[in-house]
Design a protein around this ligand. Structure first.
Ligand code: ADP
Ligand code: MG
Length: 309
């Protein structure tokens, strides 16, 4: 095994020079490690620097400074080798309309020097649910199919790491679910997946780990669960059957609560009081719980809190 880390980035900086001699810092000394085997989400508002990050990895944009290692191999010094480890799907949907998916994959495999015997064109088309369209002209494919075709293209050289820049942008809800099913499958087969997205709900459901960048700066990086716990507020809604319970143990907790006819809403800061303490108080009060709902923090809440200036 080369390394447990799929991609390691240290002090990555990108300053674009614009037409009128102005400088634009798109990435400002970003350092982060992306673990092998994960589905990693790179999130950030428009213009945060997500595509710049991906395009530097893809060698479409030159970094200003910093170090990148891919599976322990230096990106700058061993670019050719490193490129074989990654399959990158850029944000733009450009596909040659006059070739069929089968032909496009064969051409791409040729570019990567994959010998004919080792090509897996049919297998990859099947994996991305494109087998029915193998021999249809690419121009007849829908947006969702084109996106999947681009993913298929990125996989012809069997890379360990698959990187997708806004894979579900402009893809309708149904196709999005289908696309994500395909991406799950690839992850289960052992691929490390890196995606950028601005659909936070999607990132919340799919990604094990998340980094948030804003104006070129890394502002958070952790497991999705830990990122969500950055918002120190949780709410429990208790539907009850009996009205003759003792509210005293709950009052003693000294936390925000609202008692209505058939429900009790408790709001608390997990950093100050444990869920267990609340459960104990509920038990002591002899409240007969009919139903209990915990209002989870949404990734969106954290995102908004962290990226507001
Ligand atoms: P994101 O993908 O998160 O929306 P980008 O990486 O595309 O962000 O852009 C980050 C910043 O860099 C933005 O302010 C954008 O305008 C700027 N930028 C991107 N590409 C160029 C370029 N080729 N020349 C100058 N500025 C650029
Ligand atoms: Mg982008």
């Amino acid at each position: 095994m080369l390394s447990d880390i799929a991609i390691s980035v240290k002090n990555l900086k990108k300053v674009y020079s614009t037409n009128n001699q102005e400088k634009k810092t798109a990435l400002d000394n970003v350092s982060l490690n992306i673990n092998k085997g994960t589905i990693f989400g790179l999130l950030g508002p428009n213009g945060a620097g997500k595509s710049t990050f991906i395009n530097i990895l893809a060698d479409l944009v030159k970094k200003t400074s910093g170090q990148i290692e891919v599976l322990g191999i230096n990106h700058e010094k061993n670019l050719k080798e490193v490129k074989k480890l990654m399959g990158i799907v850029p944000q733009e949907l450009n596909i040659d309309p006059f070739f069929t998916p089968y032909e496009l994959l064969e051409i791409q495999a040729g570019l990567f020097g994959v010998p004919k015997k080792e090509r897996r064109t049919e297998e990859i088309l099947k994996l991305l649910s494109l087998e029915d369209k193998s021999h249809a002209y690419a121009r007849t494919l829908s947006g969702g199919m084109r996106r999947r075709l681009l993913i298929a293209k990125a996989m012809v050289h069997d890379p360990d790491i698959l990187i997708l820049d806004e894979p579900t942008a402009g893809v309708d809800v149904e196709l999005r679910a289908n696309l994500w099913g395909n991406i799950y499958k690839l992850n289960e087969q052992g691929k490390t997946i890196i995606i950028t997205t601005h659909y936070l709900q999607e990132a919340e459901e799919l990604c094990n780990e998340i980094a948030i960048i804003d104006k070129g700066n890394l502002i958070a990086k952790d497991t999705t669960l830990n990122i969500k716990s950055l918002i120190d507020k949780r709410q429990i809604i208790i539907l009850f059957d009996n009205t003759n319970f003792d509210i005293e143990p709950i009052l003693k907790l000294n936390i925000e609560h609202k008692l209505c006819k058939d429900n009790l809403v408790i709001s608390y800061k997990p950093s100050e009081i444990t869920f267990n303490k609340i459960l104990e108080a509920l038990k002591l009060s002899d409240i007969k719980i009919k139903d209990l709902k915990i209002n989870e923090t949404k990734l969106e809440d954290v995102f908004l809190k962290l990226t507001k200036n």
